[in-house]
Design a protein around this ligand. Structure first.
Ligand code: ARG
Ligand code: ZN
Length: 855
């Protein structure tokens, strides 16, 4: 595509610094639901020659007045051009000047939840990526940074913004943020809120007041968020030497939020589902996510805020690094191996899927139409994997030195991936030119491994790498791949500890000498690179690794492979599964293994993952056959190990008051895994008892899912609705689980029926995501042969697009795998996509997504 035939596209290559320096931003808000006034004073200074001043500003801004140094410019020098306001150079002084504008906006009409909007009667903002331009005219780009001084008038009792409080009185608050920041980090909240409060003293003795703000009545569910915040602050000091830098740190929970949470300087705004938790309403997974996301947003204070991005192409600079940091944090707080396995599962389920389809893009994209469409698993999760590889290549010390240099050199900067890599080169002396391909080249490399053994004790490992083409990128030169390898002797002892092989060529061999007997190779330990490993390995060797590998990831992976090879065979009408059933029984019985690890091994790969594995081997996945194959194998496991599973189910019950810690959560995870299998042969009896007696949501949701799968969910669903009908977060789960656990042939109809309910408050992003995401998570249901899943989804995406384009575009990724299915499904999916593409008034967000998927 060339620049001229795609006027809406933005290109990395077109970057140009802003021609003005912004020295100070002073804002004054007069809040009112449908007529909020925003006055902005921008202290500007031209960088050089006489240039027009271009400010971003959405069509929803009503310009009331504009002044240059207090005087109205000649109207002929001011023009609106699409989403811009342009003041001609002729109307501007040569030196510093102040531009004053006043606009009126209507937060009550803002259903897109971008900019200033109202959620549950509370004013709040979301400015990343380009929301600030819906608040006032401004250079809304991350490389324009300024200190902010903000005055807010409102009748709401609590009025918050970034930085430190300067003045708080009835009807007015004034905030000052001394740290220069881009507009996307601006935030404002005004509402009837209550806080749970604590404090933190940094290691150099600075006191910070901490508050988690929620709606009255929710206070008793905010304590875990506060604990998580304090742990995060301590961890970032201990591990990265990073201290907090303001007098207050505020977190606010809001019900209507497009994403998870937002790292606004000193005023993080969160989707309430990532703040509020109690044992009765939140699952162990919810607790772990809350802890991780609180940490993530807090860590952004250094990786994102103090050092921000030059432009949105560099999004992975802050997101990849911050995800990497929150993953490290969770590993330290909980079980590192279990965390790693979970992260790899997510990466494969979301990022590999993205990389294999029409939406594949590099970790650092070079073009986009709508940046909100690039808050993806590739930018976030693969961005984090790339940093993990970098750390493996330069070692822990090299990583620590590089990070110190990064903070020292770039504090206060809007930086690039080039800056980031240069820091590693300077700190370690390594050349990272080839490594950079991980940022610029899309696609998941396939790594083939073969073995050559000679009886004089020599083992040669031959590797070859190949990355399939992705949209716009046909040729993929070889990348540097760190391959962690260990060797296990025939008796199960490790004969060679983990060695990091560094592959740089398309084909490369590595030799191990002086081995006594032929060892079994444990390859790609710890998932040392985000690649697809292809090796010739039989089921006996996989079972051996599952029993003996000392690397927990590789051990789990061996079991996973065993399961997937059985499931892919079964889904094609072949035999298989015997070795898996035997091996998994042994592992489940191994009381020395962490219950969480055993649970991970007992959970069969999902249907989506089976489909992905089939399609990676060039086989068209049949969703119904996959569904049956998986059910069949689960049933065989249950039948073969009924006694063992039943005693695990009983033994793993946790007594005493609920605690979300890793140890207790691990026991519940194993108990639930056993329940899920037993549910296939006990008609749902255990699940029914558990649903009625469990005191925590983790077990109740698991039981409910089991009951629905047995066609016995009705009473439990009623009961949950009775008890929690007024709790949004629980009702979101209630909406999600029904299409998700439904028999595939009924899933779309169930979703449609639920969508007709009065309490399907579809404009709430969580509720919408619950229902549509629940259906999309039912692989055979979404891909039902008659196209009902596609049609239902497309209908609702089009409806949502008029109200909230970001949410519509995000959920459209349900379709991203469509090209891999059979001709019938393909033609139905294509018809649904084309129907969306042809929609009158389609948003830029959804248009970009569907056109990339159809292309
Ligand atoms: N920076 C936020 C986070 O990762 C994500 C906000 C994205 N919001 C959006 N509308 N694109 O923590
Ligand atoms: Zn982030």
């Amino acid at each position: 595509m060339t620049r001229s035939d795609s006027p809406d596209k933005r290109f990395l290559a077109d970057y140009r610094p802003y021609p003005f320096i912004l020295e100070q931003t002073t804002l004054s808000f007069d809040l009112s639901p449908d007529a909020t006034r925003v006055k902005a004073d921008l202290a500007l200074k031209p960088r050089g020659g006489a240039e027009d001043l271009e400010l971003d500003g959405g069509k929803d801004l009503r310009l009331m007045s504009i002044l240059v140094d207090g005087t109205a410019p000649d109207p002929g020098h001011v023009r609106r051009d699409g989403e811009c306001l342009i003041i001609a150079a002729a109307a501007l002084p040569d030196g510093p000047f102040t531009l004053t504008s006043e606009v009126e906006i209507d937060p009550s009409a803002n259903t897109a939840f971008e900019g200033l909007y109202i959620s549950g009667g509370m004013f709040c903002t979301q400015c990343e990526a380009e929301g600030f331009r819906h608040i006032t005219f401004y250079p809304d780009r991350p490389d324009v940074m300024a200190p902010f001084h903000v005055t807010i008038r409102s009748d709401k009792p609590v009025i918050l913004s970034n930085g430190n409080p300067v003045r708080q009185e009835e009807g007015l608050a004034e905030w000052h943020d001394p740290w220069p920041k881009p507009a996307y980090l601006f935030a404002l909240v005004a509402g009837d809120l209550v806080a749970i409060s604590d404090s933190f003293t940094t290691k150099s003795g600075r006191d910070a007041a901490l508050n988690v703000w929620v709606r009255p009545g929710d206070e008793d569910r905010a304590g875990f968020a506060m604990e998580s915040l304090i742990k995060s602050m301590k961890w970032d000091e201990d591990v990265y030497g990073r201290e907090y830098d303001l007098d207050v740190f505020n977190i606010v929970a809001v019900d209507d939020f497009n994403m998870g949470a937002m790292e606004n300087k000193g005023l993080n705004i969160f989707n309430s589902k990532l703040v509020l938790a109690s044992p009765e309403t939140a699952t162990d997974a919810d607790y772990e996510r809350i802890e991780g996301v609180i940490a993530h947003e807090y860590f952004h204070n250094w990786t994102g805020n103090r050092i921000t991005c030059r432009d949105w192409f560099q999004l992975c600079l802050k997101e990849g690094l911050t995800v990497f940091r929150d993953q490290q944090f969770t590993s330290d707080m909980r079980s590192a191996p279990v965390k790693r396995i979970g992260d790899v599962q997510t990466l494969r389920a979301r990022q590999f899927r993205e990389d294999q389809g029409p939406l594949a893009h590099p970790v650092r994209p070079e073009e986009y139409e709508e940046i909100n469409n690039f808050y993806t698993a590739t930018v976030y999760e693969k961005g984090a994997e790339v940093i993990g590889m970098l750390k493996r290549l330069v070692g822990d010390d090299g990583y620590a030195k590089a990070l110190d240099l990064y903070f020292e050199r770039h504090d206060g900067d809007a930086a690039t991936i080039e800056d980031w890599l240069k820091v590693f080169e300077d700190a370690t002396g390594r050349d990272l030119a080839q490594f950079k391909r991980w940022y610029t080249d899309a696609g998941t490399p396939h790594l083939k491994m073969t073995e050559e053994w000679s009886d004089d004790g020599r083992l040669i490992l031959n590797f070859s790498q190949h990355t399939p083409p992705t949209p716009g990128q046909d040729e993929k030169p070889p990348r540097v791949i760190p391959i962690a390898v260990g060797l296990i002797g025939p008796n199960g002892d490790e004969v060679a500890a983990t060695r990091m092989l560094e592959m740089t060529e398309a084909e490369q061999s590595f030799t191990f000498n002086d081995l006594g007997a032929r060892p079994v190779v444990s390859a790609l330990r710890g998932f040392s690179a985000p690649v697809i490993l292809e090796r010739q390995i039989d089921n006996a060797t996989r079972a051996f690794l599952l029993a003996h590998d000392t690397d927990p990831f590789a051990r789990w992976e061996a079991g996973r492979d065993l399961a997937l090879s059985a499931l892919t065979a079964l889904a094609q009408g072949q035999e298989g599964g015997g070795e898996y059933v035997d091996a998994i029984g042994q592992l489940a019985a191994d009381a020395s293994a962490d219950p969480a690890f055993r649970a991970l091994c007992l959970n069969l790969p999902g249907e989506e993952e089976i489909a992905t594995r089939l399609s990676a081997s060039g086989i068209t996945p049949d969703p119904d056959a996959i569904h049956m194959a998986r059910n069949g194998l689960a049933r065989r496991v249950a039948e073969a190990h009924a006694d063992l599973l039943s005693s695990l189910y009983d033994e793993m019950a946790v007594s005493g008051p609920y605690s979300p810690d890793a140890g207790a959560a691990a026991r519940r995870a194993l108990r639930i895994a056993a329940l899920g299998l037993l549910n296939r042969i006990d008609r749902g009896d255990r699940a029914e008892v558990l649903f009625g007696t469990a005191g925590n949501m983790t077990e109740r949701m698991a039981a409910l899912t089991c009951l629905i799968r047995r066609g016995r969910g009705h009473a439990a669903l009623e009961a949950l609705h009775q008890q929690f009908g007024d709790n949004r977060l629980v009702m979101d789960k209630w909406f999600a689980v029904q299409p998700m656990a439904a028999p595939p042939e009924d899933a779309a109809a169930i979703a449609r029926r639920l969508s007709e309910r009065d309490d399907f408050d579809w404009k709430n992003p969580n509720r919408f995501r619950s229902l549509l995401g629940g259906l999309a998570a039912n692989h055979a249901g979404f891909h039902a042969e008659d196209g009902a899943g596609y049609d239902f989804t497309a209908d609702w995406l089009m409806r949502m697009d008029r109200v909230n384009p970001q949410i519509a575009a995000r959920l459209s990724t349900a379709f991203e795998t469509w090209p891999r299915y059979d001709a019938d499904r393909r033609s139905r999916a294509r018809a649904a996509l084309e129907r969306m593409a042809g929609m009158e008034g389609i948003s830029r967000n959804l248009r970009e997504m569907v056109s990339r998927m159809i292309a």
